[in-house]
Structure formats: structure tokens, C-alpha cells
Design a protein around this ligand. Structure first.
Ligand code: NAP
Length: 492
């Protein structure tokens, strides 16, 4: 069990208080994986001041050299990948296979932004003025706050940190209180790679205490947040008042749309992967299957068989398909929604209960659950459950499938299953989602490809890929007049 301290100015600093938050293994609640300090606003201020001191030198470091640090981090992550994956499984609960996938994705992200250090391009633009050279440059914003959730505790901090520092910013990371050790290992790795003191700071503590202190510190020039809509929208309005840049990636209620000509076998396995992978605790999890009537019975039959075959258990066991909910609160939320679904009149096909036999009584395990005959007005069709629960909505045709798919406040990911390319493209045109998959599951993403949602899922600019550079830099325009003598300018 590791006792974590805050990582400030390149050093692990003991907090002023003595209150530590336990980091409990959700698959085995007898195990305390780590503990992290419940820091104060004053300690958050120390972290910001360290980032502020480090900023001028890091800003002045040529971007290709900034990328070199990320290449060292990539290599170090490769060396420590198994340890990272095991910690991730022990503190978050996902299976080791899923954790290894998350670590690989994080490594890919670091590699991609290491290379971006050599490609931090501006453009040259022809000016209306004679003898004028007009160009743009990308400059860093300043010290930034990165506030991250527990469900991807390695990949999400990394996909904010890597572009932020490649672009010349310094950062204070506030990880989720449920998964502090992953962030601790990230800080270890940057430290082992000779990151300058203050470039990356990690502050632990309750969001309300330290998160808000970060956001309201005048030296913080931007915030990149991933988490719930409840918190994200608050942060967005605070950022607007404080006049700082803000991006928020928030909840999802992602549909898989299955048309009558779909390859049902493929669609079913994708629905299982999307809905129950990572215990449904993904922002891109499939939580609604919108199925055309003529194939719905067949789909449900195949789905039920596959879901009943899923093995629920400790993610460290290679036989496990589905791990636990992350904590008691999340488990209660899932069970509460299962009750709501039954009260609303949806048909429970399988699952619905907490698993509490000898093999499961020390963890937050719930049976993978399917509801059929769900309608768009039900809460289980509208609200993010964040657990292994799939709602099936039956619709008469493709047009009503589209209406049902778009009838939610969120717009992160959607999947379409059809073998007709024309129908696929028509749906792609009309679906309100930031990421659309045709004949592949709603989940997943790649380092060099933009990621994020429409509607109430996302505000601010997209993450990942070259798009992330737009958030993590300011754009400066330069007019350079080489006339050599005074002349009248065309002032508009
Ligand atoms: P959350 O409760 O909103 O917490 C996210 C982060 O915000 C945590 O670090 C939290 O700290 C911090 N926080 C809480 N209150 C705060 C405040 N008043 N000021 C500043 N920071 C504060 O979300 P979560 O439960 O960790 O994550 C699950 C949610 O994330 C789901 O809705 C999921 O869809 C969403 N998500 C979205 C994406 C995407 O890309 N769209 C990706 C992954 C997850 P504490 O941990 O200390 O409370």
C-alpha cells in the first residue's frame, strides 16, 4: 500500500493535514491499494505557483526538445507497462486486458505528441497589403489545470498532459480521488525522465476543495476537464467568468443502431463489447440498442445468450470478462437505475441483481443486465447509468431509429449496423454524435484521431489528434511590413 503525497516542483511533498483518502480495490474491498492526501486549497496554490515558476523556461524550450521529453516518457511507460496495467486494474476494476489496452493507448498518445513537437506549425497567409509578410504562430497558453475522472485514470490524464506540454504549457493535474495511484505512477515516470521541476504537478484532494481552488487561481490560464455534466458545466461557467479557456468532455448515452439488413452476429458481439466492456463505465459505452422490429427478437435472443455467458469477477483473473463497479456509490446508482427501469415498465431480460455469492461478496459486482421494450421517454433511455446495463428500443424502420438515436441530450458516440452503404451514409449525415462507427462498436479511439462529443457531451474544443493543439495553444497573427518606408495602411 503506497501513501501518496502531492507532487509539486518535482518533489513529493507531504501535505499539511493528516487526512488521507483510501484507494480501495473495487473487486476486493479488503485491499487498500493506496492512500492519497485530502489536500487543502492552500496546497493547490503551491502547485499552481510551481507551474507558474516553471512556465517561462518551458515556454522558451524549443518545441522539438519538448517532444524529446515525451519520447523518453514513452520509452519509460513501455518499460513499466505491466505495473501500470496491474495498478489500473486494482484501483479501477477493469480487466487486465482492458487495462493493457488503456496503457497502450496512453503510450500511443505520448508518442504522437512527442512528434507534434516537430510539427507545431503556423501558416503563411497572403495579406491585402503590399510588401507584407503575414503569418501565424502557435504559442502556449500558460499554466493549466487538468481535472480528470476515474474511468480512464492513465489514458485521460496522458491525453491532456502530452499535448499540453508539447505545446509549451505547464500543468497541475487533479486526478479523481478514486484512482490516485495511476496519477502517482505518471508523476513517477515524468520524474524518472528528468522533467523540469514544476512542469507537471499532481495535487490530490476532493474536487470541491482543490479543483475549485485551481480554477479560481489567477495564474491558471485554462482548464481541460473530463467528467460528469454536473461538474463540467459548473467549471465551464466559472471559466467564462474568469475569462480562461475551458474544454469539458462529459457524459454519453450512446446508441447502436441495428437495421434490418445488419450482420446480426457482428452487431450482437459489438453490442456486448460496447455495453459490458469496462463494466459499462466508459463515456463511449453502448447504452441503447435501437433495433428495427423485424430483427429485434432474433437480436435479443442472441444477445441474451452471449450476456449470460459473460464471467463477472476480479479483473486480475484472466477468465473475467466484466469487472466491478468502481465503488459503492456507482454500484448503488446502477442498482437504482435497474429498479427505475422495472418501475417504468421495461422488460428485464436478464441480470438486474448484485452478485453477492462467496466469489463476489467482497466487491461491487452487478449482473450484466438487458432491458427490452424500452421507450425513449424512459429514464433508462435518457440518463447515463455508467454500468453494465443495455436498454433495447424497438423501432419500425430506419427513420424512426434515427429519431430515437438523436432523442437524448448527449452526443458522444454512435454505431450503425447495416450492409447498405447508402443507408449508412444517410445515418452518418443525420446522427448527432461526435464519433460515428459503421459496423464497429461505439467504443474506442486512436491517438492521432480527434475525440469528443456534440450537444451536452462536449463544450470547448475536441481532444486528441492535431485538434488538441487548437485548445492547448493561442494563435498569434503577425503582419511584417517590409516596405522600408512609411505608407498609408488600409485600416478597416
Ligand atoms: P466527476 O464526478 O465529474 O469528477 C471528475 C473530476 O472532477 C474528478 O477529479 C473530481 O474530483 C473533480 N471534481 C469534482 N467536483 C469538482 C469541483 N467542484 N470542482 C472541480 N473539480 C471537481 O466525474 P467522474 O464520476 O469522475 O467520471 C464519470 C463521468 O465522466 C461520466 O459522466 C463519464 O461519461 C464522464 N467521462 C467523459 C468522457 C468523455 O471524453 N466525454 C471520458 C471519460 C469519462 P473527485 O474525484 O475528488 O470528486
Amino acid at each position: 500500500m503506497r501513501t501518496l503525497n502531492n507532487f509539486i516542483d518535482g518533489q513529493w511533498r507531504e501535505p499539511s493535514g493528516t487526512t488521507y483518502l483510501p484507494d480501495i480495490n473495487p473487486a476486493d474491498t479488503k485491499e487498500v491499494v493506496a492512500e492519497s492526501p485530502s489536500s487543502t486549497a492552500a496546497e493547490a496554490t503551491l502547485a499552481v505557483e510551481a507551474a507558474e515558476r516553471a512556465y517561462p523556461d518551458w515556454r522558451a524550450t524549443p518545441a522539438p526538445q519538448r517532444g524529446q521529453l515525451l519520447y523518453r516518457v514513452q520509452r519509460r511507460m513501455e518499460v513499466r507497462r505491466h505495473e501500470l496495467a496491474e495498478v489500473l486494474t486494482r484501483e479501477e476494476g477493469k480487466t487486465l486486458t482492458e487495462s493493457n489496452g488503456e496503457i497502450q493507448r496512453a503510450i500511443n498518445v505520448v508518442e504522437f505528441y512527442a512528434g507534434e513537437g516537430r510539427r507545431l506549425l503556423g501558416e503563411t497567409i497572403p495579406s491585402e497589403l503590399p510588401n507584407n509578410f503575414c503569418y501565424t504562430v502557435r504559442e502556449p497558453i500558460g499554466p493549466l489545470a487538468l481535472i480528470t475522472p476515474w474511468n480512464f485514470p492513465v489514458a485521460i490524464p496522458i491525453w491532456k498532459l502530452a499535448p499540453a506540454i508539447a505545446c509549451g504549457n505547464t500543468v497541475v493535474l487533479k486526478p479523481a480521488s478514486l484512482t490516485p495511484l495511476s496519477a502517482g505512477l505518471i508523476a513517477d515516470i515524468f520524474s524518472e525522465c528528468d522533467a523540469p521541476p514544476g512542469l507537471i504537478n499532481v495535487i490530490y484532494g476532493r474536487g470541491r476543495e482543490v479543483g475549485e481552488a485551481l480554477l479560481n487561481h489567477p495564474a491558471i490560464k485554462g482548464v481541460s476537464f473530463t467528467g460528469s455534466n454536473e461538474i463540467g458545466t459548473k467549471l465551464y461557467s466559472t471559466s467564462a467568468v474568469n475569462g480562461i479557456k475551458c474544454q469539458c468532455e462529459m457524459g454519453g448515452k450512446n446508441p447502436i443502431v441495428i437495421l434490418d439488413d445488419a450482420d446480426l452476429e457482428l452487431a450482437t458481439s459489438s453490442a456486448v463489447q460496447g455495453a459490458y466492456g469496462s463494466t459499462g463505465q466508459r463515456c463511449t459505452a453502448t447504452s441503447r440498442a435501437i433495433v428495427v422490429d423485424s430483427v429485434a427478437d432474433h437480436f435479443i435472443e442472441q444477445l441474451e445468450a452471449r450476456v449470460n455467458a459473460l464471467v463477472v469477477g476480479n479483473g486480475l483473473d484472466p477468465m473475467t470478462d466484466v469487472g466491478p463497479s468502481v465503488d459503492q456509490t456507482q454500484l448503488d446508482t446502477v442498482l437504482n437505475y435497474i429498479g427505475i427501469g422495472q418501475d417504468e415498465g421495461a422488460k428485464l431480460i436478464t441480470g438486474g441483481l448484485r452478485l453477492a455469492d462467496d466469489a463476489h461478496d467482497c466487491g461491487y459486482f452487478v449482473q450484466p443486465t438487458i432491458f427490452d421494450r424500452v421507450t425513449s421517454n424512459m429514464r433508462i433511455a435518457q440518463e447515463e447509468i455508467f454500468g453494465p446495463v443495455l436498454s433495447v428500443l424497438r423501432v419500425p424502420d430506419a427513420a424512426s431509429a434515427l429519431v430515437a438515436a438523436n432523442a437524448v441530450r448527449y452526443g458522444l458516440a454512435a454505431a450503425i449496423y447495416t450492409q447498405d452503404v447508402s443507408r449508412a451514409f444517410k445515418l452518418v449525415d443525420q446522427l448527432e454524435a461526435g464519433i460515428i462507427h459503421v459496423n464497429s462498436p461505439t467504443v474506442g479511439g486512436e491517438a492521432h484521431i480527434p475525440f469528443g462529443g456534440m450537444k451536452e457531451t462536449g463544450v470547448g474544443l475536441r481532444e486528441m489528434g492535431r485538434e488538441a493543439i487548437n485548445f492547448f495553444t493561442e494563435l498569434k497573427v503577425v503582419y511584417l511590413d517590409y516596405t522600408g518606408s512609411a505608407r498609408k495602411s488600409n485600416l478597416y
